[in-house]
Design a protein around this ligand. Structure first.
Ligand code: GUN
Length: 289
């Protein structure tokens, strides 16, 4: 039997995102028929080019599926109190179903205080401590988009989670920590590694499912992965106008069974999952869950 082609090993994030968008679009139409117009409101603080791009991609995706997208762009010197006041206004506004504050925020703002100020039922990022806490105890309500998107992809590609060895590299609140909980909730054995981990390869070589979210270009080399593993590359590094992931894709693809490309992998799935969360929060607002 011949070895599977490289193409058949690719987790096509754009294709999966389209599939999710088709589902969401239908849900939006159903809600519209009931006189409800799902609406996401994003807040961008400062001028970080990457954050600006992400917000633009999220808004374009909303447009494609018929979700109304509102946007606040605040200058980098906005105070924490002003930002919290804006969030509180949006919490009260019944025409807004989802609130997203793009991270990272400037140094003078405590992002935990901002996440705490978002109404838990409008927290489409799933970053509020109550939503995070519920996730930790296996009561998944609104969960963070990137980990949720990775779970969608594992399901779509029929990857067995229960009993598998999952290794996450990167312990952020946005990806690593919530993903660890989601995988544990599905009975994987989970190791979470990070910048202080000794002998990283010792862990990654054991991984049936490897998720890398560090932002370190090509951190993961072919000799660090297990044959037949499933790999999600969350990292994005821009260098001389080119985009690189955290995984040395060209060399790793020969060894793994499935892998997400960068770009076109985790990114589009994350955005599509956000749209799903806007529908989820809209339904919560009308007690239709
Ligand atoms: N910055 C990087 N990823 C994310 C995300 O999923 N949500 C928000 N709000 N900010 C981010």
């Amino acid at each position: 039997m011949s070895a599977p082609s490289s193409e058949s090993k690719i987790i096509d994030g754009r294709k999966l995102a389209k599939k999710i968008e088709t589902r969401v679009k239908k849900e939006v139409e159903d809600l519209n028929e009931r006189g409800i117009s799902p609406c996401l409101c994003s807040i961008l603080v400062g001028n970080d080019p990457a954050s600006k791009l992400y917000i633009k991609l999220k808004h374009k995706a909303c447009e494609r599926v018929g979700i109304t997208a509102k946007d606040f762009q605040l200058s980098a010197d906005v105070s924490q109190e002003e930002l919290i006041d804006l969030v509180k206004e949006l919490n009260k506004d019944q025409s807004i179903h989802g609130i997203l504050v793009q991270l990272p925020l400037p140094q003078n703002i405590n992002d935990k205080k901002i996440m705490e100020s978002i109404d838990t039922s409008k927290d489409v990022d799933g970053f509020h401590p109550l939503n995070m806490g519920n996730l930790l105890i296996g009561n998944e309500k609104i969960v963070p988009c990137t980990p949720h998107g990775i779970i969608h992809a594992l399901e779509e590609y029929n990857v067995n989670i229960q009993g598998s060895n999952a290794v996450i590299v990167g312990h952020s609140n946005v990806v690593g920590k919530p993903l660890a909980s989601m995988l544990l909730n599905r009975n994987a054995t989970v190791n979470v590694c990070h910048v202080y981990t000794n002998d990283l390869a010792n862990f990654t070589k054991q991984a049936d499912i490897l998720i890398v979210a560090t932002g370190v270009k090509h951190l993961i080399k072919a000799e660090m992965v297990k044959s037949g593993s499933v790999i999600f590359d969350v990292g994005i590094t821009e260098e001389d106008g080119k985009i690189y992931g955290d995984v040395d894709y060209e060399n790793v693809i020969d060894k793994c069974s499935l892998i997400t490309p960068v770009p076109g992998g985790v990114g589009p799935i994350t955005v599509a999952t956000l749209l799903e969360h806007v529908i989820q929060s809209t339904k919560i607002s009308i007690n239709d869950t």
